[in-house]
Each structure stands twice: as C-alpha cells, then as structure tokens.
Design a binder for this molecule. Sequence first.
Ligand SMILES: Nc1ncnc2c1ncn2[C@@H]1O[C@H](COP(=O)(O)OP(=O)(O)OP(=O)(O)O)[C@@H](O)[C@H]1O
Ligand SMILES: [Mg+2]
Length: 276
Amino acid sequence: MLTEVTATRYITPLREGGSLPGLVEADDLGTYVMKFTGAGQGRRTLVAEVISGELARRLGLRVPRLAVLDLDPAVGRAEPDEEVQALLHASPGPNLGMDYLPGSLGFDPLAYAVSPREAGRVVWFDALVNNVDRSWRNPNMLVWHGDLWLIDHGATLTWQHNWPAVEAAAARPYDASDHALAPCRPDLGAAADDLAPLVTAELLAEVTALVPDAWLVGDDETADPAALRARHAELLLARAAVVSEAITVGDPTPARPPAPPGWLLAPAPRRAGEGR
Ligand SMILES: Nc1ncnc2c1ncn2[C@@H]1O[C@H](COP(=O)(O)OP(=O)(O)OP(=O)(O)O)[C@@H](O)[C@H]1O
Ligand SMILES: [Mg+2]
C-alpha cells in the first residue's frame, strides 16, 4: 500500500507542469506535489506514475516517495485562480502525492555530470516503460542533495491507452536519441545485465498492486482491476526480456527555430478554379 494522507492546505500551483500539479501540505505535515485525478490527462497518467515510479525505485533509481493524497476541494478555497478551482473540484477523494524535494533544481547537463553507468540505468528503465517524456527539452529529472532524482512518469506505459498484442508492445522500438541522458554515453549493456533480472513477475505483482482500483478502471465500470494489473505486469515482464534490442541512440533532433507569427505568413495561394 502507498501511504495514505489527507491534504490540509493547498499552497500554490506548479506552473511548469502541463497538468498544473499543486503544492499541498498534508496531515502528516509533509509537503507534496499533487497530481489530480480530474486533470485533462486522465487517471491513466496516475496509473503510470505509480507503476513506473515504484518500479524505478525497486530497481534502485531515485524517485521521491509516492502517497495517495485524499482531497476535500474546500482546502483550496483561498486560491483565486479559476483553473485551479476547477481542477480541485474535479478531483475530490484520492489523488497522487509525490514528496516535494525542497531546494531541488531541474537537471541541467552543463551543471551536473551523470556517469555512463547511471545514465544507462535511467535510459534502460525509460525504454522498459516506454517513457516518451524525458527528452533534453523536458528532462523531468531533479538534482537534490547532489543526487539525480526521477520525476513525472505520467507519459509511460503508453500501451495502456490502446492495449496492443503483448508481443508487439514488448518489442516496440525505443528511440533514445533525444533522451536527456543520451549525451552521457549510457552504458546500456551493464544496465541490462543489472536490471533485467530484477524485473520478475513477483516484483511486477507488487508494484501493480499499489495502484488504487478507481484509477485503473477509470470511467469503465465493467473493467476488472485485477485483469488490468495482470495485463500491465505481463507486458512489462515480456518487455524486460527483449527491450535491450529495441533501444537505439542516434543523433539528437536539432532544436527547431521558433515558428514565425501567423501574420508574417503569406496567405496560401488560391488554386485555379477554387472559391469562385
Ligand atoms: N517532487 C518534486 N519536488 C520538487 N519539485 C517538483 C517535484 N515534482 C515536480 N516538481 C516541479 O514541478 C514541475 C512539474 O512537475 P511534473 O513534471 O511532474 O508535472 P507535469 O504536469 O506532469 O509536467 P509535464 O509538463 O512535464 O507533463 C517539475 O518540472 C518540477 O519543477
Ligand atoms: Mg514534467
């Protein structure tokens, strides 16, 4: 079970996050980053946060502690922002909390060196869970007390949005060219040797059991939470065995220049015979 605590105070929105997570205080006096069930990204992102985050932790990667945070939307009544109010009112009950790391800094490759060994472990893990959100544009890693911490696993386990055949998803290619740690010469061979044997059916049963039923089934009242847990576990077990061959690390995509404003663009030429 994840720790269960109750939010007592909404402190402020974290505007860097696309899902508008909130900083909240809870009845254990902890400060948490709260991810809301009512956010547009949906409850499956919270399923991904729990399964991938807890799996990463058990593989020895650093992830801030996760908790289930019970919310009474009234705790945010002093917050003037209407968007925040709407989010709180759409999210009564259990939401996801992540221990807030005070004073942490966003990962910057120029300021913090990551060894090939550590980079390899992060890239291998991200390939396993098909994390599409740890690029140099948005690293979703923090540096805290001199160590690298992984956050934001909402964009992992992408297959859960449209369950494909297990073999196809297990072998799905993972292009790590734009991964934030690709320039750190990730040692993928060592990572696979260390981590693949740890991804067992028992471990996957343990981490999938941590997800609250309501997040798994979403709005589908006919869905069976146990069957969904088993599906996640089966897919990750199959992928752990073959994912090393699915990873490629090529040249990163160059940053695109910002698009010119619309008023600078000439209107599209009218084709002969059109609009008459
Ligand atoms: N545990 C934490 N401790 C300190 N700061 C955090 C923590 N979690 C998140 N943050 C801060 O909040 C920001 C948004 O968090 P996060 O990336 O999890 O949100 P998101 O809405 O999923 O974002 P995205 O736009 O990447 O999808 C992070 O970039 C980071 O600055
Ligand atoms: Mg993020």
